[in-house]
Write a protein that binds this ligand. Structure first.
Ligand SMILES: [Zn+2]
Ligand SMILES: [Zn+2]
Length: 396
C-alpha cells in the first residue's frame, strides 16, 4: 500500500474510535491513582488493547500496575509508552490520562502499519513516573531491552518533538546530635537541626556558582520536636539536578560537601544515602523527531524539532532514551501556557482542547510508527543517530 493511503487509513482508525478514546481518558482523569497504585487505569488500558487485538501481559517487571501489549511480531519493535499515575491532592495535574490514551490510540491505529510492513507495535504501561522513576526500575529489569525505538507525547504548553530533561538524583540526609535541656544545659547538647540549617544555607551560597541548568532543592522532614530540647535528630531529602551526567557527578559532590561541612561545624554525625534509581538526562533522537514534526504538520499542528521551553524538570523517559532511540514529544493543551502540576492544568487535561491534543498526538505517533515500520532506511537512520550519541543542542 502507498504510504499516504496507509497514513489515511491509520488516521481513520483513530477517528472512528474518537468517542471511546475520549471516554477512556476522562475515566482515568476522574479516578486519579498515585504511582504503583494505578490498578484501575492499567486495567482499563490493558483491557482496551486486548479488545483491539493486542496480546497483553499484565504485571510485568514485578510491578502489578505495569503491562506490555503487542501486535505483530519480530522487528522493528516500536514501543509507545503509557504513563497513568496522578499526583497527590491535585489528581491528573500532569495530564498522564492524555499520555496513556494517546499511546494506546496510536498503537491501535498503527496496527495497520504492522500488517503492511511487518514488525511489532508495542504498548508498555509504565507506572509511577512522578515519584519513583518507575521506568528506571523497569529498565533495570529489562523492559526496554528488545526495542528498536520508544516514544510518547507529554501534554504541556508548547509543541515540540524534543524535550529538555535534566539528570536528577535524590539525596536522603540525617544528622545525629545529642539531646540536652536547651536552656539549662545547652553546652551538653549537639544540635542536629542547626547542622541541617547550616547545610541549607551552604547550598544557597553554592547556588550562585553553578551552571544555569543546575538545580538543588530540598525539604526538612524532621527538625526536632520541642523548643526546649536541643534536637538530637534531623532529617531531610534533596534533589540534585544537572543537564548531563558529568555535571551531575560534580554537583553531587559539592552538595554533599555542604552537609559534611555542617556536620564538622556542629559536631553532629552525618548519615546520607544517594537513591540508586535516578533520572537520566534526555537523549533526544532527532531522526524520529523529524518524522514526527512532518506528520504533525500534515495533521495541522505546527511542532518544533527542538525544545525551546525554558522550564524543565526530569523524566524517567530519560532513562529509556539512553537505552533505545527515543522521542518524548510535547503537545500544547491550553492556550495560555498553563504550567503543569497545577489545578488549572488538571482542568486542561480533561478539557476539549486537551482531548483534541490527545487525539492529534495519537495520530502523530501512529504515523511516525508507520514511517519506521514501512521504511528500513528510516529505521536505519534512527539507529545511526542513536549509536553516534547525537544529543539535541541546548537551546538556552
Ligand atoms: Zn509531572
Ligand atoms: Zn508528567
Amino acid at each position: 500500500m502507498d504510504i499516504d493511503l496507509l497514513k489515511a487509513k491509520i488516521i481513520a482508525e483513530i477517528d472512528n474510535r474518537q468517542t471511546e478514546l475520549v471516554d477512556l481518558s476522562r475515566q482515568i482523569h476522574d479516578n486519579p491513582e498515585l504511582g504503583f497504585q494505578e490498578k484501575q487505569a492499567a486495567g482499563w488500558l490493558a483491557e482496551y488493547l486486548g479488545k483491539n487485538g493486542f496480546n497483553v501481559e499484565s504485571g510485568i517487571c514485578e510491578f502489578p500496575t505495569a503491562f506490555r501489549a503487542f501486535y505483530g511480531r519480530n522487528s522493528p519493535a516500536i514501543a509507545l509508552l503509557a504513563e497513568y499515575d496522578a499526583l497527590p491532592e491535585i489528581g491528573h495535574a500532569c495530564g498522564h490520562n492524555l499520555i496513556a490514551v494517546a499511546s494506546v490510540a496510536a498503537a491501535v491505529g498503527a496496527k495497520a502499519a504492522a500488517d503492511e510492513g511487518g514488525g511489532q507495535v508495542i504498548v508498555i504501561g509504565t507506572p509511577a513516573e512522578e515519584l519513583y522513576a518507575g521506568k528506571q526500575v523497569m529498565a533495570r529489569r529489562g523492559a526496554f531491552n528488545d526495542l528498536d525505538a520508544a516514544m510518547m507525547v507529554h501534554p504541556g504548553s508548547h509543541n515540540s518533538a524534543a524535550t529538555q530533561a535534566l539528570a536528577c538524583q535524590r539525596l536522603d540526609i540525617e544528622f545525629f546530635g545529642k539531646a540536652a535541656h536547651a536552656a539549662a544545659r545547652p553546652e551538653a547538647g549537639i544540635n542536629a537541626l542547626a547542622a541541617m540549617i547550616l547545610a541549607f544555607n551552604a547550598i544557597d551560597a553554592l547556588r550562585q556558582h553553578v551552571g544555569p541548568k543546575c538545580r538543588m532543592h530540598g525539604v526538612i522532614t524532621d527538625g526536632g520536636s520541642a523548643a526546649n530540647v536541643v534536637p538530637a535528630h534531623s532529617a531531610g531529602n534533596f534533589l540534585v539536578r544537572a543537564q548531563d551526567e558529568k555535571t551531575l557527578t560534580d554537583l553531587k559532590q559539592k552538595v554533599l560537601n555542604c552537609f559534611i561541612g555542617a556536620a564538622t561545624a556542629t559536631g553532629a554525625k552525618l548519615e546520607y544515602k544517594w537513591e540508586p534509581d535516578y533520572y537520566a538526562p534526555m537523549l533526544n533522537n532527532l531522526a524520529i523527531g523529524r518524522l514526527y514534526v512532518n506528520n504533525m504538520r500534515r495533521l495541522g499542528r505546527v511542532t518544533s524539532l527542538g525544545d525551546n521551553d525554558t522550564g524543565f524538570g526530569s523524566t524517567d523517559f530519560g532513562n529509556v532514551s539512553q537505552l533505545v532511540p527515543g522521542m518524548h514529544a510535547n503537545i500544547a493543551i491550553g492556550r495560555n501556557g498553563t504550567p503543569i502540576h497545577t489545578q488549572q492544568f488538571a482542568k486542561a487535561a480533561v478539557s476539549e482542547a486537551g482531548m483534541e491534543a490527545m487525539l492529534l498526538a495519537a495520530k502523530g505517533l501512529a504515523l511516525t510508527v508507520a514511517d519506521l515500520l514501512t521504511s528500513p532506511s528510516l529505521m536505519a537512520k534512527v539507529k545511526r543517530e542513536f549509536f553516534k550519541g547525537q544529543r539535541v543542542k541546548p537551546q538556552n
